[in-house]
Design a protein around this ligand. Structure first.
Ligand code: OXD
Ligand code: MN
Length: 595
């Protein structure tokens, strides 16, 4: 029973529109989830996996045309096109409602409406916000139950308040030509139709916790960012927190759960994961920037996850996890994906549910020949993660010492550099560019500008978003976190990765924290501060010697002159006069220093 009047009124309105046969309110109880799991298995929507080796785990396959976020069909329906800005698709809100309601009309006939009351952030924390998602998909209910905090205690925390986010999801016919993911920031509303893929339909995640929340954050003076949060514990037992923004499928989950190299582990270093995808950050009473992870689970990319690349993520998926679009081993009733191990199953179905022959795998046609889709996912409870931070459920958040930006860049960006100050750090984030990945539909491997890794997720005009960052810096003053950029993906002339990445990224995090504490000097270059040779520990690395490290840290004048030109074009063509003066000034400084 829902008592909140505004919630009830909206549910009645939506019932009249979509006409469900029944309505079920998700109370958060295990009995109800068990009933739904059984129902989903009976219809084939989910497959129960081996209870001995993967207890509580299920497999789901989306429609073949519905395997990633659809950025070209994602809209910010602000009152004006200008408010949505140049990086978003825009639709007039009245037109959008009309179009969406026409599509959604009667679409729950013969189906059940599930009402999901959920909290982004620990229930009752001052950071947290509440949403109600209506869906006709049990898969969505069970994923939301992992990714967010769901149930009656959320309704209790909401009380009579009208401060909550509406989310309507209708599977309809999974018709690509009528697929729309629409956000109405001025109405706190999200409507998603004709999709069943996580990023499009788990409305608490990208839609609410980034697109709507970034807009709320601007108006309310806080930040919603596409960032992991990790705590690095040193041998003295002190933990310092880092928030890091990388585009989708560039290793946020791996960095967030990093296992330090053995010699560091022996000294007592540890990494604690607070979050792997989203950070909500506010200025605390002490004037520092504090962050929470609003999510409750990990919606991680499966391919490439293994007991070397990310043992903590793999361990997180060993129970109570939902796998989407991975291969199904029919002999063991387990799951498999490319990069899990070198033993692909010989009697298996691929992500489409067809018989699959691993010997026909062709790197040039991954989607067509792989067992698991390149964007196949696991939805795993955060509490499963062996390195989950003791602060994970703290409503107070964690204080952030450093903000790190990064992308997939074959050449330009050095392994690590530090911005000169906060405003220059905003420039460093604003000029981020990265090669595209399978997390969104479209061509993979094309370099595109992705400021702060927020291009697909900023719910308003991105120039105003830059201004909001600058304003936050003014408020934080000398308590502001230091800002860095990293690039784990530098290639040599033969196309090989020059830096080992994964656990060894800890060597770079150590330099970052040393800089925050003023423990090491650095070399000033045109783009910012770069480590002095000797300050990045490469002891014990087989493939990185002093020369390679020097190359990794090199700021090439020609490459950066071309980069500056590209940034200038990007700024001019995308933001024109709306670009904050501080960013134009940073670009001028870069050009002057390169000369
Ligand atoms: C994600 C994404 O799923 O960024 O986190 O696409
Ligand atoms: Mn993401």
């Amino acid at each position: 029973m829902i008592k909140n009047k505004s919630v009830n009124a909206w549910i009645e309105e939506m019932k009249a529109l979509v006409k469900p046969d029944n309505v079920v309110v998700i109370d958060g109880s295990e009995e109800l989830y068990e009933k739904l799991r059984a129902e989903a298995c009976s219809t084939g929507e989910m497959i129960k996996l081996n209870e001995e080796t993967l207890p509580g785990c299920y497999l789901h396959r989306t429609a073949v045309n519905d395997v990633a976020r659809v950025e070209d069909r994602t809209f910010i329906c602000a009152k004006t096109k200008e408010a949505a800005g140049p990086t978003n698709n825009w639709m007039d809100p009245q037109e959008a409602y009309k179009m969406l309601y026409d599509i959604a009309k009667d679409s729950y006939k013969g189906r059940t409406m599930y009402v999901i009351p959920y909290s982004m952030g620990p229930v009752g924390s001052e950071f947290s916000k509440i949403g109600i998602e209506l869906t006709d998909s049990i898969y969505v209910v069970l994923n939301m139950a992992i990714m967010t905090r769901v149930g009656n205690d959320v309704l209790d925390a909401l009380g009579d308040s009208e401060d909550w986010i509406k989310g309507l999801h209708c599977r309809c016919e999974i018709d690509e030509s009528k697929r729309y993911i629409c956000h109405f920031p001025e109405d706190n509303t999200i409507i998603s139709v004709n999709s069943g893929y996580g990023g499009n339909v788990l409305l608490g995640k990208k839609c609410f916790a980034l697109r709507i929340a970034s807009f709320l954050g601007k108006n309310e003076g806080w930040m919603a960012e596409h960032m992991l949060i990790l705590g690095l514990e040193n041998p003295k037992g002190e933990v310092k927190y880092i928030a890091a923004a990388f585009p989708s499928a560039c290793g946020k989950t791996n960095l967030a759960m990093l296992i330090p190299p053995e010699k560091y582990r022996k000294q007592g270093y540890k990494v604690w994961c607070v979050g792997d995808d989203i950070a909500w950050m506010r200025i605390g009473e002490d004037g520092r920037l504090w962050a929470i992870n609003p999510e409750n689970g990990f919606f991680g990319v499966a391919p490439g996850t293994n007991d070397k690349s990310n043992p903590n993520a793999l361990a997180s998926t060993r129970k109570n996890t939902i796998f989407t679009n991975v291969a199904h081993d029919l002999d063991t009733n387990e799951v498999w994906w490319e990069g899990l191990n070198d033993n692909p199953p010989t009697n298996a179905l691929n992500w489409r549910g067809e018989e699959w022959d691993y010997k026909k795998y062709d790197k040039a046609d991954k989607v067509g020949t792989s067992g698991a889709h390149p964007n196949s996912r696991f939805t795993a409870p955060a509490e499963n993660c062996p390195c989950i931070s003791s602060e994970f459920n703290s409503g107070k958040g964690v204080p952030i010492s450093a903000i790190v930006f990064g992308g997939r860049r074959a050449k330009a960006a050095p392994l690590v550099y530090q911005s000169r100050d906060w405003d220059h750090g905003v420039f460093v984030g604003a000029v981020m560019a990265s090669e595209t990945t399978a997390a969104a539909t479209g061509k993979v491997g094309v370099v595109r500008h992705d400021p702060m890794a927020m291009r697909p997720f900023c719910g308003y005009h991105m120039a105003e978003y830059f201004q909001h960052w600058l304003d936050m810096g003014d408020k934080l003053g000398d308590k502001a976190p230091k800002i860095f950029n990293v690039n784990w993906f530098r290639l040599d002339d033969e196309g090989n990765f020059m830096w080992p990445g994964f656990g060894d990224n800890m060597r770079v995090l150590n330099w970052i924290l040393d800089r925050c504490e003023g423990k090491v000097d650095a070399k000033e270059t045109a783009i910012g501060y770069v480590p002095n040779a000797g300050d990045i520990d490469i002891e014990g690395l087989d493939d990185v010697n002093a020369d390679i490290l020097a190359e990794l840290l090199n700021v090439d004048k020609d490459v950066w002159t071309a980069e500056a030109k590209d940034i200038e074009e990007f700024f001019a063509s995308t933001f024109g006069d709306k670009l904050p003066a501080e960013l134009a000034e940073s670009l001028n400084t870069l050009k002057a220093k390169l000369n």
